[in-house]
Design a binder for this molecule. Structure first.
Ligand SMILES: Nc1ncnc2c1ncn2[C@@H]1O[C@H](COP(=O)(O)OP(=O)(O)OP(=O)(O)O)[C@@H](O)[C@H]1O
Length: 196
């Protein structure tokens, strides 16, 4: 269970919501309303204040790196720090099946990051994040650059993660996707999360 109380950042909030184990919550809202900032505050990547807990344990109990290993944050444009794709994966064999399911060729392991298309980058960043074994997923428009078939493959993969018990917070501009992936949906509007 991910629980958030009194979370404030950049003049927004306080936000309070909980995401149960095995639950996906979708967050929609107009561009610039603070959806990415909200995910980044939960991941403790930017200055923020508030009570954020995982399974009842406050994030202050962890070091920053420990917290961010537990909380899998997928940015809209995730960073890469080594020249080749495979260099970012501790165990490539663990993601081979997903690589294929995501429509990527096996030899993409040897590709240079610089050549990746936006959609390739997005799929591989998701797999890299999942490879770290996160306990919670914070997804910022994880399929924004993908075609319909690949979008469904990614949704299915995240669904598996959710079914395994992972709480998921999914930011999307796609209302149909929000309905597909989440039973509980919020819109970030006027600095607050409104149901629906
Ligand atoms: N580091 C920063 N310093 C100051 N303002 C910021 C910073 N990062 C984001 N903002 C501003 O905060 C607001 C919310 O940004 P955010 O990226 O969370 O929007 P969003 O809801 O995710 O938008 P989109 O749907 O376009 O991705 C925007 O007006 C943005 O310009």
């Amino acid at each position: 269970m991910l629980s958030i109380h009194n979370l404030t950042f950049q003049g927004l909030g306080p936000f309070a919501f909980e995401v149960a184990d095995g639950e996906c919550v979708a967050i929609q809202g107009a561009s610039g309303t603070g959806k990415s900032l909200l995910l980044r505050a939960i991941a403790d990547l930017d200055p923020n204040a508030g009570d954020v807990r995982l399974d009842g344990v406050a994030r202050e109990a962890f070091t920053g790196p420990q917290w961010r290993r537990r909380v899998g944050y997928l940015a809209t444009d995730a960073g890469w720090w080594r020249p080749r794709v495979g260099d970012h994966f501790a165990d490539w064999s663990a993601v081979e099946a997903d690589v294929e399911a995501f429509g990527l060729p096996p030899d993409c392991r040897d590709w240079e990051v610089a050549r990746l298309s936006t959609g390739e980058r997005q799929r591989l960043a998701l797999l890299r994040m999942l490879g770290g074994g996160p306990k919670v997923l914070l997804l910022d428009e994880p399929t924004s650059a993908l075609d319909e078939a690949t979008t469904h493959a990614v949704e299915a993969r995240i669904e598996r993660q959710r079914e395994a018990g992972c709480p998921v917070v999914w930011v999307t501009h796609d209302a149909a996707q929000a309905r597909r992936v989440a039973l509980r949906r919020f819109t970030l509007r006027d600095g607050e999360l409104q149901a629906g």
